[in-house]
Design a protein around this ligand. Structure first.
Ligand SMILES: [Zn+2]
Length: 243
């Protein structure tokens, strides 16, 4: 706690004077360009990773970067999504999973959770499609590989859940909303983005600049290449450099 209190003082002393204009502007209202949905894990810092400032990311965090399907709960996720789209006019959503995700580890060992953490057990029911897909389609993999696969597949599962929200559905229909699937790697600080055309995770910049880097080898995240994921995200052509 002492560290946090000292941090508050330091923030007031250095950051605030250096960002007076930004803070004044933000006091008039927010206009974040991107909604960022990720895990509550302390090892992820969306603003740090994307080098964005206050006011740029509208962030939702919970265990496992889970989005309960529309109508499944009256939780904060749905209300926050609705607000982001209808009130803030957000047109880009990133769902970002991460390596070594404790929630995904729990999902792969669900039986052990029920007694010790019943609330987590219930929460992970919103990722049941991920668990089932991994169990049925990746039979011969080590625990370590299964965790990586679960992380990758869960981001896609949660995007499917996201698409059940009427406001999301409608904006997608109008072509006014783009959804991106990311994985953040704690070990390296690297981010990989899902390429819905080839069903693999690739470096995000390879999607932004497909024609400008023809010789750059694309580091494919092979383990998620099969089975093809039934996911209708943005196509390569529509991945813009707008953020
Ligand atoms: Zn996590």
């Amino acid at each position: 706690m002492k560290k946090l209190l000292e941090g508050l003082q330091e923030f007031r002393k250095t950051y605030v004077p250096a960002h007076q204009e930004l803070l004044q502007e933000l006091s008039q209202g927010q206009k974040p360009g991107v909604m960022f949905i990720t895990c509550a894990d302390s090892r992820i810092d969306p603003n740090l990773v994307t080098q964005t400032e206050m006011g740029e990311l509208f962030i939702v965090r919970n265990a496992g970067n889970i989005i309960p399907p529309y109508g499944a709960t009256n939780g904060g996720e749905g209300a926050t999504i609705e607000y982001a789209i209808n009130a803030l006019g957000i047109e880009q959503i990133i769902v970002c999973g991460h390596s070594q995700c404790g929630a995904m580890k729990g999902l792969l060992h669900l039986n052990k959770l029920q007694e010790n953490m019943p609330l987590v057990y219930d929460w992970l029911k919103h990722a049941e499609a991920t668990r089932r897909l991994v169990r049925d389609n990746y039979p011969d993999h080590s625990d370590k590989e299964l965790l990586e696969i679960a992380v990758a597949e869960n981001v896609i599962t949660q995007i499917e859940n996201l698409k059940t929200y009427p406001s999301v559905h409608s904006k997608l229909y109008q072509g006014k909303l783009h959804i991106y699937a990311w994985i953040y790697y704690i070990e390296t600080g690297e981010v990989m983005a899902y390429d819905p055309v080839n069903h693999v995770y690739v470096p995000p910049h390879s999607q932004l600049l497909p024609d400008e880097n023809p010789d750059e080898p694309i580091q494919k995240f092979i383990r998620t290449s099969a089975p093809p994921i039934a996911c209708n995200l943005v196509t390569k052509e529509t991945v813009g450099a707008s953020y």
